[in-house]
Design a protein around this ligand. Structure first.
Ligand code: HEC
Ligand code: HEC
Length: 396
């Protein structure tokens, strides 16, 4: 450098100035662009998360279930779903615990039918969007899941062949079966007929989806840049959304249109009785799923080489899965108290307060979810998060 002639140095300097000016101009252009796409005070990152949360896509057709998109199968599935005769005491239907008047839950801490279960009944609304079903993901399809309650001793308490016999005895059910599957149920091998019953129920469940909430109207307004519509969104919910996608870190696990990553975490919710959590969660869920002849890679699947079957086959159980449960969708949260896998919390405020303080969080050892730390939110901020969660639920 020391040898450089002054003329050369001036030229280099001039070039640098030009480059800086060009970069500067490019930046300011981008800023103008930013101002239009990340409007209404949102940062680029938050805005991107928010756009991914709405609108909700329609429920996918399940390739492992050949009647997944059939309206005739859905009509049969609906009959099956509400039929109490398909239980050991003639009094329990799917709808007993997934009551349409309670957003398809039972409002109980843990479900009670023939016996007392150990988990809270989640809603079936939007379940068709889940890759793994139930808290521990022990089913990898809606139809495979639907078979479990029939033969669970604390739920409907039947055997596979009893289910088939009872369906055969009912006029509307056996007629529906023949219409959908082309054969009389009595002529079918038991397990094949049993799988088909699950498939019809799944076709019905696929039609049960959330309608949009105030939050969706807000995102739509943001997209359109409609300032007046944007203002309709309650201020408290908006502040809650800022926290949700920002400082409170909720969006790390609760993202996308159903506000779930569809995966399994141990957040350390204390047991309802204040004891250490004992639910083995995903660790056992994987074992049950892989041993299940009705999983998507088995002989009853209509797409045993498909994507879901491949993912299921590649599952590996790991000790970290102990106690982990699937991140629930938050779309219906406002309507489906109590919360968490064993109904530990009665209100959304209690849930948010737990995340805020991690009060009573099970002293988690190396299995702990390292993503969580107390948030130190004010009580106003807790209320704001709740207002946001409430804005996800259907407005009607
Ligand atoms: C005794 C109450 C009870 C009955 C009866 C019952 N369920 Fe459930 N359901 C539950 C509980 C509890 C869970 C959570 C189970 C778990 O995670 O271990 C659940 C989970 C589910 C899920 C998973 C939802 C998700 O998003 O992961 C679906 C779908 C479902 N049930 C459908 C059905 C169908 C179909 C029937 C009838 C064949 C049925 N249930 C009968 C209580 C019940
Ligand atoms: C590490 C991932 C993770 C993070 C971060 C997280 N959650 Fe969760 N969330 C879960 C899991 C897993 C459950 C189920 C826990 C259980 O039942 O034990 C859950 C349950 C919930 C529930 C109960 C839903 C129901 O139907 O029972 C609500 C509400 C909720 N979370 C809201 C939030 C909010 C608000 C935040 C941010 C303050 C947040 N979550 C942060 C994973 C997470």
């Amino acid at each position: 450098m020391r040898t450089a002639r002054p003329g050369r140095r001036r030229a280099v300097f001039a070039l640098c100035v030009v480059v800086l000016l060009l970069v500067g101009e490019d930046r300011s252009k981008r800023r103008v662009h930013d101002a239009s796409s990340f409007a209404f005070g949102w940062t680029h990152r938050a805005y991107k998360s928010i756009l991914k949360m709405s609108p909700m896509p329609s429920a996918p057709v399940d390739s492992t279930n050949r009647v997944s998109g059939s309206t005739q199968a859905a009509a049969l599935g609906e009959l099956l779903f509400f039929d109490t005769s398909l239980s050991a005491n003639g009094q329990v239907a799917c709808a007993t615990c997934h009551d349409s008047k309670r957003s398809f839950t039972d409002g109980q801490r843990v479900s009670v039918a023939l016996g007392t279960g150990s988990r809270n009944a989640p809603t079936i609304i939007d379940s068709a969007h889940q890759r793994w079903l139930t808290w521990d993901g022990r089913a990898d399809s809606l139809w495979g899941q639907a078979l479990h309650p029939f033969i669970s001793p604390v739920e409907m308490g039947l055997t596979r062949s009893e289910v088939i016999t009872l369906v055969g005895k009912s006029d509307p059910l056996s007629r529906g079966y023949r219409e959908v599957f082309g054969r009389s149920i009595q002529d079918e091998p038991i397990d094949h007929a049993f799988a088909n019953i699950g498939k019809a129920i799944a076709a019905y469940e696929r039609t049960i989806v959330s309608s949009p909430g105030m939050f969706d109207d807000y995102v739509d307004a943001l997209r359109r840049g409609d300032a007046r519509a944007v203002e309709q969104y309650p201020e408290s919910a908006r502040r809650g959304l800022v926290l949700f996608v920002g400082r409170a870190g909720c969006v790390r696990c609760h993202h996308g249109p159903f506000l779930t990553d569809g995966e399994f975490h141990l957040v350390g919710v204390p047991d309802a009785k204040g004891q250490l959590p004992r639910d083995v969660g995903r660790l056992q869920g994987i074992d049950v799923l892989l041993a299940d002849p009705f999983n998507t890679s088995g002989i009853h699947s209509d797409d045993p080489q498909g994507e879901q079957a491949r993912i299921t086959r590649s599952l590996i159980r790991q000790p970290e899965m102990w106690g982990a449960v699937r991140t629930p969708s938050l779309r219906q949260a406002a309507k489906t108290a109590p919360y968490m896998h064993a109904g530990q919390f009665a209100t959304l405020l209690e849930v948010v307060h737990f995340y805020n303080t991690l009060e009573g969080a099970a002293a988690l050892d190396h299995h702990a979810e390292r993503m969580l730390a107390p948030l130190r939110l004010t009580s106003q901020e807790e209320t704001d998060l709740v207002a946001f969660l409430e804005s996800l639920a259907p407005s009607k």
